[in-house]
Ligand binder design. Structure first.
Ligand code: GLU
Length: 512
């Protein structure tokens, strides 16, 4: 029995914001590790010096933390203002840019053992080979010209300071690997040819190692048992397997996850809407909703039905066997549905804390708010979150609570039509009469009495009764029920937030 401890890694390149596709890869790795008592390693693949940026590294760590995906080994958590902190774990460094010496040492070993060779072919020579292959309808692979270069020629080239790449010698046999999601995958050896491991080096020093080389080296040295990543890396895998074989290292298991597409079946991109974790976060999606949604992008529960999962439930249910190879379509409606579900289950104080920042100058600084304001706002969020998909939509829905412009509300087309009816004028006149005679806070019971009395006095009922009243109090003819709104208005009016009371709303709209 294989008793090797399960070790997986998430290996993002810090060249942009963490995309939902990569976040799903991180999640599947994390779930697989946590479920099997394994380790989850974060490795930063920052060998592309020009495109890698420290701010993206910091951001992606913050995004992982926000999602609740903690790592056992990796760069330390971002420090003050994104400064680098000490690595976590014994297999570091965990940034590829800090591992150059390891790659150099191993390149030298391969060269010494005759498993790799220096290739002095120039760009022009390779281009000419490519053109000939195209003309002869042959595969465009490296000719192998430098494979058997005699030592004398190598020394001469080195003495002449000719730049070279380092290529791996790949045998004739086809390269196979088993993929846990896709089954057996086989590549003819000529499609791999002799891959470059290190790009143009000078004199005796190898230059920049390429992705396939460093990824295989790091996975092997970090003891990775399962490589779970996007299927855009399938065609890289045989090259990586060949590198493992050259060193005599144990080849890990592979699981390649399907591509995420937009509704039009094109690769998901900004064109389809938000795609980065930080933008979903800014829009006020809850991390548990995003986690649940990402889990369902390419994986499904065993019963084929359950769609809502908390993290502990996911940990119980998730297996790689149920990951599908077919592309997943990103469905914003479903994500919204899940977010609404989790907003309902979230505690009202947490939701209020998260929603606070979206209200800008409508609210005081949170740490200066009184307990009464906090409770009032939590009730407001509880009520209005039922009608939004994500928290940044709340202020637009709840704006009228802080007052609205009566003239503008009257002028709105759908309101003007309702208000023009004789019945509306009658109803609002009666409402003003009642408000005029009342100085106490209005309770839902009192309000109900008013409405009943108006109904009796005028014979007007239903929409014709309620719509004009709702417009007078809220500026629109639809919204949350009065039983909930009235107390919010009355309590809000005592808190110095500029929230008008029921009476002053009527006063402003109808005149009392
Ligand atoms: N740095 C690679 C990427 O972001 C990850 C490659 C891998 O997982 O092997 O696509």
């Amino acid at each position: 029995m294989n008793t090797r401890k399960i070790r997986v890694r998430f290996a993002p390149s810090p060249t942009g914001l963490l995309h939902v596709g990569n976040a799903r890869t991180a999640l599947y790795n994390w779930l697989f590790a946590r479920r099997n008592g394994g380790d989850f390693i974060l490795r930063i693949e920052d060998t592309d010096v020009e495109r890698s940026e420290a701010r993206y590294e910091t951001q992606l760590m913050e995004d992982l933390q926000w999602l609740g995906l903690d790592w056992d080994e990796g760069p330390g958590e971002p420090g003050e203002k994104g400064s680098k902190t000490k690595d976590k774990g014994p297999n570091g460094p965990y940034r590829q840019s800090e591992r150059q010496q390891i790659y150099t040492k191993l390149t030298k070993k391969l060269l010494k053992d005759g498993l790799a060779y220096r290739c002095f072919c120039t760009v022009e020579e390779l281009e000419a080979d490519r053109r000939t292959a195209v003309a002869r309808h042959q595969p465009q692979v490296y000719s192998g010209r430098c494979r058997k270069l005699p030592l004398k020629a190598i020394v001469k080239n080195l003495d002449a300071g000719k730049p070279f790449t380092v290529r791996l010698k790949v045998g004739e046999q086809p390269l196979r690997f088993h993929d846990m999601v896709r089954g057996d995958v086989e590549f003819a050896s000529e499609t791999v040819s002799d891959p470059i491991l290190v790009r143009s080096g000078y004199e005796n020093l190898p230059g920049m190692p390429v992705y396939n080389f460093v990824v295989a080296v790091d996975d092997a040295l970090m003891g990775i048992t399962h490589v779970i990543r996007g299927d855009d890396h399938i065609s890289n895998t045989p090259k990586q397997v060949a590198i493992y074989q050259a060193f005599g290292w144990k080849v890990p298991q592979f699981a390649h996850l399907s591509t995420i597409l937009g509704a039009d079946r094109e690769r998901l991109s900004k064109r389809h809407g938000a795609t980065s974790i930080s933008s979903f976060r800014e829009m006020g999606y809850l991390p548990e909703a995003l986690i649940n949604y990402l889990a369902l992008l390419g994986w499904g529960a065993e019963d084929g039905r359950t769609e809502t999962f908390t993290m502990p439930e996911l940990l119980k249910a998730f297996t790689l066997e149920r990951v599908t190879p077919s592309p997943a379509i990103f469905d914003f409606d479903k994500l919204n549905w899940l977010n609404r579900h989790f907003m309902k289950t979230a505690s009202s104080s947490r939701l209020a804390r998260l929603a606070w920042e979206y209200f800008g100058f409508m609210l005081p600084e949170k740490d200066q708010a009184s307990d009464d304001v906090l409770v009032w706002f939590a009730n407001l969020v509880q009520l209005f979150s039922q009608s939004v998909d994500h928290l940044d939509q709340l202020p637009a829905k709840a704006l009228f609570m802080f007052g609205f412009n009566a003239t503008e509300a009257r002028a709105k087309e759908e309101n003007a039509e309702i208000l023009a009816a004789d019945s509306s004028r009658l109803v609002l006149g009666e409402l003003a009469n009642r408000a005029r005679a009342h100085y106490e806070p209005v309770t839902p019971e009192i309000f109900k009495e008013w409405m009943n009395a108006i109904k009796e006095a005028t014979g007007i009922k239903g929409k014709e009764l309620f719509h004009p009243v709702r417009i007078a109090l809220t500026g629109t003819h639809s919204g949350p029920e009065f039983d909930k709104l009235i107390p919010l208005m009355e309590q809000g009016s005592t808190l110095r937030l500029g929230v008008p009371s029921v009476r002053s709303r009527i006063e402003r709209f109808v005149g009392v």
